[in-house]
Ligand binder design. Sequence first.
Ligand SMILES: [Zn+2]
Ligand SMILES: [Zn+2]
Length: 285
Amino acid sequence: MAGESWILAHEAQIRLGFFVGVFVLMAVWEILAPRRGLLHRKSVRWSNNLGLVVLNTVLLRLVFPAAAVGMAAFAQSQDWGIFNYLDVPFWLAVLVSVIALDFFIWLQHVMVHAIPALWRLHRVHHADLDYDVTTGLRFHPLEILLSMVIKFAVIVVLGPPILGVILFEVLLNATSMFNHGNVRIPSGLDRVLRWFVVTPDMHRVHHSVEDDETNSNFGFNLPWWDRLLGTYRDQPRAGHEGMTIGIRTFREESWCSWLPGLLSIPFSRGTAGYAINRRKWGESE
Ligand SMILES: [Zn+2]
Ligand SMILES: [Zn+2]
């Protein structure tokens, strides 16, 4: 298909274009209509969060130069994966691949909350003391690599069209910046939107310091998995303006806002009181 080969040839530019476009859009929207006042220095948070993004981009290119798209092309050339054996229309294969990849990212997200060692990594995303577009981009390098390996496994089993993988990567990147946006959306509109996409108000619940609220709304892109599988929560108890963002055990800027702290979070302080088999009911933290 002519359109597909053009997209494959310009994959890097397309991804960069969407990233920059959505990022600028969200950054301006956050200034024009913020949902909450920021409690910590934006200049410090932004420079360090974006510094981590640059570091992750370089690292990912070094370790997995071909990335998910390369793996999809390889799977196709080897006839690996379900879609290389099914005779389904191209558009249906793209659609199902995007939805399936989104489900596995949801499942991975639940897993990094449940398993103590993985929660150590994922804490870097949650330790941000404020919640805005840059929060959606900050992940520990080891979590980024783990995420890519899991994507490889899904691609090898699924054998998705390469276009489906590119579409998914662009969508996930864009929706992650959108749903971490510190932006005000009228509640009526939010209610309609969250049947189709995870909205900022929906995902913000997941960034609460309250354990039961953190263990809700794991979706990044499609909101259906949380609703179908019982992890959906409508609003935070304290309200969006009153709720506290972050993790109880990491409250200092040196850990939560500065790059050396962010990189060290997985290797310091235990996971007592949160991770799945570390909880003792009735005992204070
Ligand atoms: Zn999370
Ligand atoms: Zn998040």
